[in-house]
Ligand binder design. Structure first.
Ligand SMILES: Nc1ncnc2c1ncn2[C@@H]1O[C@H](COP(=O)(O)OP(=O)(O)O)[C@@H](O)[C@H]1O
Ligand SMILES: O=C(OP(=O)(O)O)[C@H](O)COP(=O)(O)O
Length: 394
């Protein structure tokens, strides 16, 4: 990939810096309930402050569809950032316009303002030229540190980059570095674990990873499409009937490439989709007709844990079962534990897997937890990330 300019390539003293972060964090009753993404942006913000920049932070929160939504204001993230930095962060209630310009014109070096949710403007998600120019007019330099939104070609992630010197922030750089190295020069054996609910969302990533890995482990709801494709009864388990041929073609591709393709050998099945359902462990070839597979079974846990422990590099994306319900958390919890115990380099591909390692208290033991779910998936599919390609070439 073409090398992009970073913050370190520019003299930022006294410069107005429009820094796009991803503060799209979970909130409840107006408070931030998980500040991981805010903490992940701190090194970049501290660097900008140390360099004497005037720091103008911008982010989206939720999907307000181009309208002001009181529940999606960013002020609470500004409060949390202020606590983390021990420094004032001034939250504004607009992201463009006269008031914003006035605030910025009175900023001193090292000051920080946080613009309002950029998705309150319909032009943001449309990557509107006028809005991109309006953002650019507020600053001298654009820093993109929003890895979580790097797969979106929006006005504040990509559009603005055509109008200013555009460089990567430290978080964006680190994410690209870790994921990029993993895919281009992996330590072997290299294992990818793909779980979650839908095959259709993971087609690209499975296909691309089959060109790279030594072992591909499949778990979660999407495994039943593979099991059915192999001719077995899966009862009421999740299935995508139109993806059966594709599932078999992946198994075939793995064979041709010499990739070991692991499917569950047993499952925890339930008589209904409920936390209070009746459950039992069965061989994967013996799922009763009216039951559904909601987790991998104990033999699969042992098999997958063994592969994880014998790998030098492991990338994990997607839970092994319905881990939100205690009756079906064992597979995900055990994989998380095996990831914590392996001496291999462990990478968590954001989203639900990141939530799972937090939930099972092993986040500290992972080598890299990506702040982007969709973004890391698209990266692992080999796709171009618009928030990165829009940056200025070195
Ligand atoms: N066996 C299963 N049956 C139904 N849902 C499952 C199963 N295993 C995992 N899930 C669900 O998949 C969801 C996570 O999917 P996610 O990783 O976001 O990817 P996807 O894009 O495939 O939905 C979780 O909410 C989890 O409960
Ligand atoms: O939370 C995000 O995506 P993710 O859950 O896939 O990591 C990003 O902030 C992007 O948000 P979006 O999917 O509304 O564009």
């Amino acid at each position: 990939m073409q090398q992009k300019m970073t913050m370190k390539d520019l003299d930022l003293k006294g410069k107005r810096v429009f820094c796009r972060v991803d503060f799209n964090v979970p909130m409840s009753e107006g408070k931030v309930t998980d500040d991981t993404r805010i903490r992940a942006a701190v090194p970049t913000i501290e660097y900008l402050v140390e360099q004497g920049a005037k720091v103008i932070l911008a982010s989206h929160l939720g999907r307000p569809k181009g309208e002001v939504n009181e529940e999606m204001r960013l002020a609470a993230t500004g409060v949390r950032l202020g606590e983390l930095l021990h420094k004032e962060v001034k939250s504004l209630n607009e992201s463009i316009g006269e008031e914003v310009e006035k605030e910025i014109s009175s900023m001193q070096e090292g000051d920080i303002v946080l613009l309002e949710n950029v998705r309150f403007h319909a032009g943001e998600e449309k990557n509107d030229e006028e809005l991109s120019k309006a953002f650019a007019s507020l600053a001298d330099v654009f820093v993109n540190d929003a890895f979580g939104a790097a797969h979106r070609a929006h006005a504040s992630t990509a559009g603005i980059a055509s109008h200013l010197p555009a460089v990567s922030g430290l978080l964006l750089e680190k994410e690209l570095d870790v994921l990029g190295k993993a895919l281009s020069e992996p330590d072997r054996p290299f294992t990818a674990i793909i779980g979650g609910a839908k095959v259709k969302d993971k087609i690209g990533v499975i296909d691309h990873l089959l060109d790279k890995v030594d072992n591909l482990i499949i778990g979660g709801g999407l495994s039943y499409t593979f099991i059915k494709a192999q001719g077995y009864e899966i009862g009421d388990s999740l299935v995508e009937e139109d993806k059966l041929d594709l599932a078999n073609s992946f198994i075939e591709k793995a064979k041709q490439k010499g990739v070991k393709f692991y499917l569950p050998v047993d499952a925890t099945v339930a008589n209904e989709f409920s936390k209070d359902a009746e459950t039992k462990s069965v061989k994967i070839t013996e799922i009763p007709a009216d039951w559904m597979g909601l987790d991998i079974g104990p033999e699969t846990v042992a098999l997958y844990s063994d592969v994880i422990k014998n790998s030098k590099l492991i990338i994990w994306n997607g839970p092994m079962g319905v881990f939100e319900m205690p009756a079906f958390e064992n597979g995900t919890k055990s994989v998380a534990k095996a990831m914590a115990e392996t001496s291999g380099y462990t990478v968590i591909g954001g989203g639900d897997s990141a939530a799972a390692v937090e939930k099972f208290d092993v986040a500290e033991k992972m080598d890299h937890i990506s702040t982007g779910g969709g973004a890391s998936l698209e990266f692992m599919e080999g796709k171009d990330l618009p928030g990165v390609s829009a940056l200025t070439d070195k």
